[in-house]
Design a protein around this ligand. Structure first.
Ligand SMILES: [Zn+2]
Ligand SMILES: [Zn+2]
Length: 149
């Protein structure tokens, strides 16, 4: 996962391909999400874009419009905070989606992990038969930084 960036023209083109209008707010939101190798919350985006002149509700709408247009994937990692990352087909640099995430319980940092194939081990297990579509795989613990302290 590198630090690729998307220039304004590329961002505009990606947005237009989904049928949305390429507004300045959508372009800057897309550029930030694209350049970040982990999912971001609305609050983090507002903070990063505070100098761009987009207010919090404009950024919120831009995020959700582009999530609905399947440019972004929206994750709920159990804390009732939506996080957004690039959907796989638009993401040239990052981990394919869907993929598991690791949440550090000490600092809250989220890391994208390589995809794993999680399936019930035995067909005989009744509990596993209740599992329908898995939308998120989340691992929790302490990140390397927090463990060192
Ligand atoms: Zn940590
Ligand atoms: Zn991810």
């Amino acid at each position: 996962m590198g630090s690729h960036s998307l220039d304004t023209n590329e961002a505009r083109q990606l947005i237009r391909e989904t049928g949305l209008r390429a507004t300045p707010a959508r372009i800057s939101v897309l550029q930030v999400i694209f350049a970040t190798a982990r999912p971001l919350t609305h609050a983090e985006l507002v903070e990063q874009l505070s100098s761009s002149g987009s207010d919090a509700s404009t950024i919120f709408r831009a995020l959700n419009d582009m999530a609905e247009a399947e440019l972004f994937r929206r994750l709920d990692l159990g804390d009732h905070v939506w996080r957004y990352e690039m959907a796989n087909r638009h993401n040239h640099n990052a981990t394919p989606t869907p993929h598991p995430h690791f949440l550090c319980l000490d600092c809250g940092e989220i890391t994208c992990l390589e995809p794993v194939d999680i399936r019930p081990l035995t067909k005989e297990n009744r509990e596993l038969k209740k599992v329908g579509k898995v939308t998120e795989v989340l691992l929790k613990g302490s990140c390397a930084n927090c463990q060192d302290e």
